[in-house]
Design a protein around this ligand. Structure first.
Ligand code: AMP
Length: 637
């Protein structure tokens, strides 16, 4: 067996040989002629000359050996639906969806925006896009009209696929009115909207634009739609993520590199074998959903369990804190992927639930998206008696940057650390201001990657190469390296520890939110003169947003009832604009926001004050006015 150190070394020293070997894990229509083209850094082209198709590798490829085996296991504790699709059945549904999209005019390279709850049709839609070479842009169903509108505007989709409603904890959340409003707000209008009617919420149709999936499906029941052979470097999808500006970034991914990266990660990191079941509790609206609900497990020939609902509700819609373990037992799940927030929710349940089911099929639980705190890690590790594998990555990377590749070589995990650099990632720690590489253990620096970034990593920002270069590759003086915008340290054994973001991005329940976006939404309220949003520590969700608002009418500062009313209105506005995830936990009214002399908002200091810490900024601050402003704020917080 190769040691992981050798495996890693080869990936960095001889990337062509390393990745050519990994590329054998997928099927190619035309073999590639060049493994890595890094002629124009930081842009990388993987597997040039090769043609392939993600849907072929996820579905068609498996028909030969496992047509009747489970491919998609759909479970909704919101509607009580539980249904398994074999690879052959999934193939049929995907072709129906592909034929329907084609009938609506979708061609190779067109964008299809998918705004859907966790229903099987969402998986069909993603795979159908991949099949016909359309670029899917999945927008998280929890986002509201404002977020959706800016994504429609940027992606300019020919078609939107959506549904009447989602459901959360038994509460119906209508999607269609949010979508209609988003399309109204956007200057780009899709030609058609394909709608799944779940019968959850009334759904008036817009004549000439809206089409029902049930109608189109019936019309294309027996259609055969062959896979479009895509150049490896052709775009497979874009997914939006937040940054420091209010404008979301469309993270753009290729086809061949992504397929290879996922196939390799399923083998080396997630240890998924054909015929087994993988259960990722994420949502298709996030990158984990793309990589490890849809493409990764299916490419590996596994069944993927797609789950709609809370982790604490049973199929009979009654409270059931053991539902996930029940499903692990029933479907013999071998690999499970979740987030620390979900485990913290489960931790509040009866611990006996972990022993009630036969969990012997489970080999590991992977957690990602936010820092994994030690009490949570210990609790679940003791409860499940399987390795708990933390993994650190980003929407941009598409697959883990730091973790443990147990299938290459078993290695111990270390509490508080997501692990060591994964093959293909040349991870470095750099000094924040000098850009010098930190080589000594336990020095705090910015986590960066040296190019070329590995297969699966983002190609660029959709329609904006300049923004891609300027945002990610130019933040360290004099060096062209990719910044993760995370602080980190590395111990003497090479294990990394992530210490939070260097920018204004916050992480709520494992989901990235830009404070700028929330501030812009609040600024839109007529009663708000100035706004600052920061993320503050929360024992369940990791972080939550907290807003400080200077009201236009200073009477609000003295009138508790008026303040409560305005707080409610502001929260509602964020709900409607961005969705409940972004809603601040509190809105505090202040007469002034602390700023530097040059007018820059002192976010980190505000955040520190909210968390009851004495910010470093506070002690070093030489501006008495700002200092006083922060002290005032402490009163409000
Ligand atoms: P997203 O692109 O929304 O997945 O957010 C990525 C960000 O989440 C990273 O830049 C980190 O700040 C944080 N993150 C993701 N995974 C981890 C992890 N395992 N440990 C600590 N932070 C993480």
């Amino acid at each position: 067996m190769t040691s992981y150190a050798d495996f890693y070394r080869q990936s960095i020293a001889q990337p062509d040989a390393f990745w050519a070997e990994q590329a054998r894990l997928i099927e190619w229509q035309q073999p590639f002629t060049r493994v890595c083209n890094y002629d124009k850094p930081p842009f990388v082209h993987w597997f040039e000359g090769g043609t392939t198709n993600l849907c072929h590798n996820a579905v068609d490829r498996h028909l030969k050996d496992r047509a009747s085996q489970a491919a998609l296991i759909y479970v909704s504790t919101e509607t009580g639906i539980e249904k398994t699709y074999s690879f052959a059945e999934l193939h049929g549904e995907v072709q129906r969806m592909a034929a329907s999209l084609k009938a609506l005019g979708v061609q190779k390279g067109d964008r299809v925006l998918i705004y859907m709850p966790m229903i099987a049709e969402a998986a069909f839609a993603m795979l159908a896009c991949a099949r016909i070479g359309a670029i899917h842009c999945v927008v998280f169903g929890g986002f509201a009209s404002g977020s959706l509108a800016s994504r429609i505007e940027d992606a300019t989709p020919r078609v939107v696929v959506s549904a009447d409603a989602g459901s959360r904890g038994g509460k119906v959340v209508p999607y269609k009115p949010l979508l209609d409003e988003a399309i109204r707000l956007s200057s780009h209008k899709p030609e058609a909207v394909l709608l799944v009617d779940r019968g959850l919420s009334p759904m008036p149709l817009v004549a000439g634009r809206d089409q029902l999936w049930s109608d189109l499906r019936a019309r294309h029941l027996d259609d055969q739609v062959p896979c479009e052979w895509m150049a490896s470097t052709d775009i497979s999808y874009t997914i939006y993520t937040s940054g420091t500006t209010g404008k979301p970034k469309g993270v753009q991914r290729d086809t061949g590199g992504y397929a290879v990266a996922l196939a390799a990660s399923m083998k080396h990191i997630f240890e998924g074998r054909p015929g087994e079941t993988f259960f990722s509790t994420s949502d298709i609206g996030w990158v984990v959903g793309h990589s490890y609900i849809i493409y990764g497990p299916l490419i590996a020939g596994m069944a993927t369990l797609m789950y709609e609902g809370l982790p604490t509700q049973g199929l009979d819609k009654q409270p059931d804190g053991g539902i996930w373990w029940r499903l692990v037992e029933k479907y013999k799940v071998t690999g499970m992927f979740s987030a620390p927030t979900a485990v913290r929710v489960l931790k509040k349940q009866d611990p006996a639930l972990l022993r009630k089911y036969d969990l012997s099929s489970l080999r590991a639980l992977f957690l990602a998206g936010e820092p994994l705190d030690e009490p949570t890690a210990r609790w679940i590790s003791e409860g499940l008696q399987v390795p708990i594998i933390d993994n650190y990555w980003q929407t941009e990377s598409g697959w883990p940057i730091l973790t443990i590749a147990n299938a290459v070589e078993k290695k111990a995990t270390r509490f508080g650390s997501p692990g060591i650099p994964m093959y293909g990632y040349n991870v470095k720690l750099l000094h924040e201001s000098t850009g010098e590489e930190l080589t000594q253990p336990n020095e705090k620096g910015v986590v960066v990657l040296e190019g070329p970034t590995p297969p699966g990593f983002m190609q660029t920002i959709w329609k904006d190469d300049a923004r891609f270069v300027n945002t990610y590759w130019k933040s360290v003086p004099g060096k062209m390296v990719y910044s993760t915008f995370d602080w980190g340290i590395r111990d003497e054994d090479g294990y990394y520890f992530i210490l939070g973001r260097t920018d204004d991005v916050i992480n709520v329940a494992g989901h990235r939110l830009g404070t700028r976006e929330i501030e812009e939404s609040i600024s839109g309220h007529a009663g708000a003169a100035e706004v600052a949003v920061v993320g503050v520590a929360d024992s369940l969700k990791g972080q939550v947003a907290m807003a400080f608002v200077v009201p236009k009418d200073s009477a609000v500062l003295l009138d508790a009832a008026a303040a409560r009313k305005l707080e409610g209105e502001i929260m509602k506005r964020v709900d409607q604009d961005l969705g409940a995830l972004a809603r601040p936990s509190r809105v505090r009214f202040v007469s002034v926001l602390p700023k530097t002399r040059s007018g820059k908002l002192l976010r980190r200091a505000i955040q520190a004050v909210c968390e009851g810490r004495d910010a470093g900024d506070l002690t070093t601050m030489d501006d008495p006015v700002a200092l006083q402003q922060i002290r005032d704020l402490m009163g409000a917080a």
